[in-house]
Design a protein around this ligand. Sequence first.
Ligand code: SF4
Length: 254
Amino acid sequence: MVSADNGRMLAPNTAAQRVDFEGFAALSPPDRLALLRQSVPGRLVFAHGFGIEGQLIFHWICERALDIDVVTLDTGRLFPETYALWAATERRYGRRIRAVYPDRDALERLVARDGIDGFYRSKHTRLACCDVRKAQPLERALAGASAWIAGLRADQSAARRDAKLIAFDERRRLIKLNPLFDWTRAQVLAHVRAENVPINPLHAKGYASIGCASCTRATAPGEPERNGRWWWERGGHKECGLHLPRPPHRGGGF
Ligand code: SF4
């Protein structure tokens, strides 16, 4: 467990040393969220992307009135359905979800250099766009936080199997919890239905994993969930850089 020493907040790395990571595995996902809040002082950030996992995590945060900073990265390229879900979710739970936007100057330089749809041109330009619209805003959202919460599941992709339920993020110097890490998509969907949690209507049209509209397509039944993301890219991971251990791509100086 984490405590404050003489009223001072523990440095995040000190906090990590005192959290019983092993104890999280036996708990239910909502209990994992509650234990993180109880164990770690300072600001906890939930990065919400409005996927089914995120909607369920947000539901539990609201249900248990957990003091967690809920943020979303508005890339400016999301589906209209995602914006509608965002608004409907705020209405349903009576709670604002804090939007974090790309840096205006960096975005203007990116679009001037690569064009408005430059991400289709190469992996380099795609990662540059993800860096400006997602990775850099996430770093701002996490600045000064003690821990961040994400919706990764191990069975989403081979790359995500290497993630962990809870770990210390060495690069960012904070704890990272994926409360649904050991759940299957079927388990998440069953709970979403049971709790009547609102989800994106695009899921019913074959969109398993939903990101920016320009970079997401529906997948066929049985196809890996992340195949609908950046479908024009052959091989390599289907990630935008948020959850990779390496430093974010800098996209040529943005
Ligand atoms: Fe840009 Fe596509 Fe990445 Fe969204 S998913 S930030 S539009 S490259």
